[in-house]
Design a protein around this ligand. Structure first.
Ligand SMILES: C[S@@+](CC[C@H](N)C(=O)[O-])C[C@H]1O[C@@H](n2cnc3c(N)ncnc32)[C@H](O)[C@@H]1O
Length: 342
């Protein structure tokens, strides 16, 4: 199978831009149809540059009913959405959300002409309102694959990765007002330390916050490189799998810029009301605080769900080998209980 990676905005000319990949995909889809079914459909998620994590486990636990209504709260490259569409019959429907316009633009291409697919640019914490606005009843299943797609990480201009030289931005929704640079240059030292510790779990949080405040007095931070260089001054991480010192700092800032924990808490608190009895909620998280919130929802029956698994599902050795990004992923799921039993 011909894999296409997208051009990083650092300008590797060997890779394709989104526009180029789309153009190529159109040609390829045509070529694929001509080549016959033995070649299988083109994996659009590969074109987007994102390999969905725990995809088969998620789709199989969702137990898609052919005529059901499903919600993919985090469309991204569409790997999960496409899996749901493949399992749906002609009367099934899928509502897919993303806060970032690019995945929706992409899905408008790969999903063109499929009347079962509804796309909405929205924050998943507003799902209940969106279902009401679209006059859609409670759903049969809801999936949230949290965090970012590889496409977002790899695009230097988005500023998510300390490995890519770019502006210190980190907004998932490019129309939101506060960037990572605004936070790093504007927050007081105590707040910065709190964010770095709470969202990043970084034991160097206080030292990092002090260094940031000292350094920005000379010149405000503008780029990912400047912040990554500062993080290097606090040493090389702990543990068996040593992380780059900027890893946790960047994750913490991204979570703060996008209010990620607050959005997840909103989604989880409304999830039962968005599902019919017996409907399934599947959440893949990559960060311990997020996993804690999901675990809490499925503990006992008070959250309105019966847990599908006692423990979280983690990637197989095969998946870890194929996709190292999956190493921190945890999948949890629940089945919506009758309202009286919650
Ligand atoms: C890990 S990716 C999803 C990948 C997708 N499941 C796939 O198979 O390609 C997460 C996506 O969720 C989106 N996202 C993050 N926070 C969001 C939020 N609060 N509301 C809606 N979308 C969000 C991101 O923009 C990103 O596209």
């Amino acid at each position: 199978m011909n894999m296409i990676k997208l051009k990083e905005e650092t300008g590797d000319p060997a890779l394709l831009s989104l526009e180029e990949a789309k153009a190529e995909a159109k040609g390829e889809a045509k070529a694929g149809a001509e080549a016959g079914p033995e070649n299988g459909p083109r994996p659009w998620e590969d074109l987007f540059g994102h390999q969905p994590v725990l995809r088969e486990e998620t789709l199989s636990a969702l137990e898609v009913r052919p005529d059901g209504l499903y919600v993919d709260a985090t469309l991204g490259g569409g790997g999960i959405s496409r899996g749901i569409l493949e399992r749906l019959g002609p009367d099934g429907r899928l509502l897919a959300l993303d806060l970032d316009p690019e995945p929706l633009e992409w899905a408008a291409e790969w999903g063109r002409g499929d009347p079962r697919l509804m796309l909405q640019r929205a924050n998943f914490r507003d799902l209940k309102k969106i279902l009401q606005k679209l006059s859609l009843g409670p759903a049969d299943g809801l999936v949230a694959d949290l965090g970012l797609s590889s496409r977002q990480f790899l695009t230097a201009g988005r500023g998510f990765s300390f490995k890519r030289s770019g502006p210190l931005d980190m907004r998932i929704d490019p129309d939101s007002s506060v960037t990572a640079a605004d936070m790093v240059n504007g927050l007081d030292q105590v707040t910065l330390a709190k964010i770095i510790y709470e969202y990043g779990g970084d034991f160097h949080a206080r030292r990092l916050a002090r260094l940031i405040v000292e350094r920005r007095g000379d010149k405000p931070f503008e780029t990912t490189d400047e912040l990554a260089a500062l993080a290097l001054r606090v040493g090389s991480g702990r543990g068996r799998h040593r992380l780059h010192p900027a890893t946790r700092l960047f994750m913490a800032l991204r979570m703060a810029v996008n209010h990620e924990t607050r959005s997840l808490a909103g989604l989880l608190s409304d999830a039962r009301g968005c599902l019919r009895e017996g409907g399934r909620l599947l959440v893949i998280s990559f960060q311990s605080e997020e996993d804690r919130l999901v675990k809490e929802l499925f503990k006992g029956t008070e959250g309105g769900f019966k847990a599908i698994w006692k423990k979280s599902v983690t990637p197989s050795q095969e998946e870890l080998g194929r996709n190292p990004r999956s190493r921190s992923a945890r999948l949890r799921g629940g089945i919506a209980l009758p309202v009286g039993e919650c």
